[in-house]
Design a binder for this molecule. Structure first.
Ligand SMILES: Cc1cc2nc3c(=O)[nH]c(=O)nc-3n(C[C@H](O)[C@H](O)[C@H](O)COP(=O)(O)OP(=O)(O)OC[C@H]3O[C@@H](n4cnc5c(N)ncnc54)[C@H](O)[C@@H]3O)c2cc1C
Length: 412
């Protein structure tokens, strides 16, 4: 079977790997170098434990408060475009307990096999930077801390083993934390990777497996005279037995080429690296109220944050970067925001209104698939998304794990 994948981010590449591993002939078409944007500039957290979707009970109020503050972690550039208004309205309606619980359970189930999948990648010869050590979510506000504890039962039931620490216990684990930290939650099983090294390893492996990687934008889509799906672009025309739309935040544009509508909107985030690393230790740190994360990597510290709704815009905003740079000072004993930071970068998280990824067949087609909308967890969920989608494409039917991610829930 021949499959064309549109999009060479981590989701497209992981899907290509899973398909090629099962003997499919695979072509990946990306409009720029593999992994450009979010797939390389993300925080590198491999965190099945953080399965909570963005639309959560109470999120609306928090977002509104954040929008009113110049240093708020969420910003929205309002638009009257019908797709944007529809998206925001649907997201608002998804901020309820039952939708949150459903999305959490589906994402946790898909993510549960992530570490095994990554270990299979390594066993298959992929070499990339990966660390164990878990992550610590540190709180300055007692109210936020207690609210977070309320959700830990479901984490325990899912086997993520969250450990609740007092401020002093957190400081014993991570001496850099200052006295303002009132408590923390530690997830011991989570890992971190250097995202660009994962992309490089995937590309090398795909090339060795005979997968064709093409650099050029897909600009057209449709069917050949004999009914096969086809895509067109500067590379000419390519037909296949199946097409996978894995173009991240740009997926709606590709879906439209096949007459389908996908409610995916971009949410911009920023990251910057300090080299040499400012932050010693083997545990990733989430600054809970600031919505920023710190990732210790070999010879570097990556600082990441912000969620900005406002179109397909990948520009870095210096004012927002300044907020991210300063955030660790509120949590850490010593943090020099100016120290040898490399130029910042940005990426677009592909978001859906209910916060869950959208993976499956794109109606009304039987041979056009989508794998997008992974929001804050695209790196984490890519390996299992690829494996499950490969099963769907090659074996037919819908794997049980993918049912909650069906595009049909959006009428797509
Ligand atoms: C700041 C930040 C921090 C994050 N941190 C984490 C984290 O720690 N852990 C985690 O799991 N996730 C994290 N994420 C989320 C994760 O990065 C994304 O969910 C993931 O990268 C999405 O991957 P993707 O392959 O779907 O999309 P993308 O990486 O956006 O790839 C899609 C590709 O399709 C290409 N494309 C677009 N249009 C066309 C076209 N017409 N033809 C061909 N190609 C096209 C794009 O150029 C792009 O290269 C973070 C995101 C951001 C922004």
């Amino acid at each position: 079977m021949k499959v064309v994948i549109v999009g060479s981010g981590v989701v497209g590449l992981a899907t290509a790997y899973a398909l090629a591993n099962r003997g499919a002939e695979v072509v990946v078409v990306g409009d720029r170098a593999p992994g450009s944007g979010a797939s390389s500039n993300n925080a590198g957290w491999v965190v099945p434990s953080l399965a909570g979707p963005v639309p959560a009970p109470g999120a609306v109020l928090k977002t509104l408060r954040s929008m009113l503050r110049p240093d708020g972690p969420v910003f929205v550039r309002p638009s009257l475009a019908p797709s944007f208004v529809r998206f925001m309205w649907s997201m608002l309606r998804a901020c309820n307990t039952s939708t949150y619980a459903r999305s959490w359970a589906a994402t946790a189930a898909l993510g549960a096999g992530t570490m095994d999948a990554l270990d299979r990648w390594v066993a298959d010869g992929m070499a990339f930077e990966m660390h164990t050590g878990g992550d610590l979510e540190a709180f300055l506000s007692r109210e936020e801390f207690e609210a977070a504890l309320g959700g830990l039962d479901r984490s325990r039931r899912a086997g993520f083993d969250p450990q609740v620490l007092s401020g002093d216990e957190a400081r014993a684990m991570m001496p850099q934390l200052n006295d303002a930290v009132v408590g923390a939650v530690y997830f011991p099983q989570d890992r971190r990777v250097r995202p660009a090294s994962v992309i490089a390893a995937l590309v090398t492996r795909l090339q060795a497996m005979g997968v064709t990687l093409i650099e050029g934008a897909v600009t057209g889509g449709g069917r050949t005279a004999d009914g096969r799906p086809r895509v067109t672009g500067v590379f000419g025309e390519m037909s296949a037995d199946a097409v996978v739309v894995a173009a991240g935040a740009w997926s709606p544009q590709i879906a439209r080429l096949f007459g389908s509508r996908l409610p995916v909107q971009p949410a911009r985030g920023f990251s910057m690296d300090y080299e040499p690393g400012q932050f010693a230790g083997d545990v990733m740190l989430m600054l809970a109220e600031a919505h920023c994360v710190i990732t210790p990597l070999d010879g570097a510290t990556r600082l990441t944050g912000m969620m900005g709704f406002g179109g397909l815009d990948e520009r870095v905003v210096p004012r927002r970067m300044q907020v991210i740079r300063q955030a660790p000072s509120r949590y850490l004993r010593s943090w020099d925001p100016g120290a040898s930071a490399l130029p910042p970068s940005a990426g677009l998280r592909p978001m859906t209104p209910d916060g869950n990824a959208v993976i499956g067949r794109l109606a009304p087609h039987q041979d056009i698939y989508v794998a997008s909308g992974h929001a804050m967890l695209g790196l984490t969920l890519a390996p299992r998304t690829g494996e499950e989608l490969a099963t769907m494409i090659l074996d037919g039917g819908t794997p049980e794990l993918l049912r909650p991610f069906s595009p049909a829930r959006f009428g797509a």
